[in-house]
Design a protein around this ligand. Structure first.
Ligand SMILES: N[C@@H](CCC(=O)N[C@@H](CS)C(=O)NCC(=O)O)C(=O)O
Length: 308
């Protein structure tokens, strides 16, 4: 009897403990999982909401303000910061897509003159610009002249930046459009060539404005002497450009001066094969070709006194 009771109690207790433990632990686990799932879902939703707000604030406010500042207020400063931080030529192309330059405005008289090279350069770079053409009668009133740093035009505006001096403007375009060499050494050589082009331009301008009737023939006779120097540099570089393997602002300057000389004397490049092929190649670049045949270009005389 005792054994019977003992076994009975043992089995009963065993079943009780088993069922109790089984039910209790399952309920406990279910509650636990339920609570944890709720907590995880809650955390997940919070993180999502936080991320959405963060991304929204970051993208729509921070980036929008950056782009606004870059494009409309003073794009140059931002570009220079990026370019000097990364100092990578390839990246500049991406940056110019992200942060377009300009808007550019040229204020000048209705001639090609000292704006010829920069217009060709901007056209070739696919850069649009606005022109403000000044009538000489308005210029003589003096207000605009008084506002110019050196009392002369052209005036060039890039967003909030105002520049005078045509070669400084070309250099600025060179920096903005990756046309200033691949490194410091190329940049120095490009500066040197730009100054060489300036010397030739000054001789040409002096002849056109001061000695056209008396000095034109002698100027044309002397021309091979001046062009030889450029011919030698062009022949030595072998890329078809003055420095490096793509056009720099000095190339646009030389190209424009040579176009003017071809009007003065159509055979002036006959003894300079490299310069001749340079002019042909530059003229055939699609954007330059389109610009040179546009009314905007053709309607402007080369020089202010009508001589060419
Ligand atoms: N070194 C200056 C020369 C500028 C210059 O000679 N500008 C002339 C027109 S091409 C001018 O403004 N002439 C009117 C004046 O001097 O009152 C440059 O390269 O921009």
């Amino acid at each position: 009897m005792c054994i019977y009771i003992y076994v009975y109690i043992y089995i009963y207790t065993y079943i009780y403990i088993y069922i109790y433990t089984y039910i209790y632990t399952h309920i406990y686990i279910y509650i636990h999982i339920y609570i944890h799932t709720c907590v995880y879902i809650y955390i997940y939703i919070c993180v999502c909401i936080y991320m959405c707000i963060y991304i929204y604030v970051y993208v729509y406010i921070y980036v929008y303000i950056c782009i606004y500042v870059c494009v409309y207020v003073d794009g140059c400063v931002y570009r220079y910061i990026f370019i000097s931080v990364f100092s990578c030529n390839e990246l500049t192309h991406v940056l110019y897509l992200l942060f377009p330059v300009g808007p550019y405005t040229i204020t000048y008289f209705g001639v090609r003159g000292r704006c010829g090279a920069m217009r060709i350069m901007m056209a070739d770079q696919g850069q649009e610009w606005k022109e403000i053409l000044i009538d000489f009668a308005d210029w003589t009133k003096g207000d605009l002249k008084a506002s110019c740093v050196f009392g002369q035009l052209p005036k060039f505006e890039d967003g909030g930046l105002v520049l005078y001096q045509s070669n400084a403007i070309l250099r600025h375009l060179g920096r903005n459009h990756d046309a200033y060499g691949k490194d410091g050494k190329e940049a120095a050589l490009i500066d040197m060539m730009c100054d060489g082009v300036e010397d030739l331009r000054l001789k040409y301008v002096k002849m056109i404005y001061q000695e056209y009737d008396t000095g034109k023939d002698q100027y044309i006779k002397d021309l091979p002497n001046h062009l030889d120097k450029f011919e030698a540099v062009m022949a030595k570089n072998k890329t078809g450009f003055l420095v490096g393997n793509k056009p720099s602002f000095a190339d646009y300057g030389l190209f424009e001066v040579l176009l003017n000389h071809l009007v003065l004397c159509s055979s002036c490049l006959d003894t300079s094969p490299s310069l001749k092929s340079f002019v042909e190649k530059m003229s055939a670049r699609p954007k330059i070709k389109a610009f040179l045949s546009s009314d905007a270009y053709k309607k402007l005389p080369i020089n202010g006194n009508g001589k060419q």
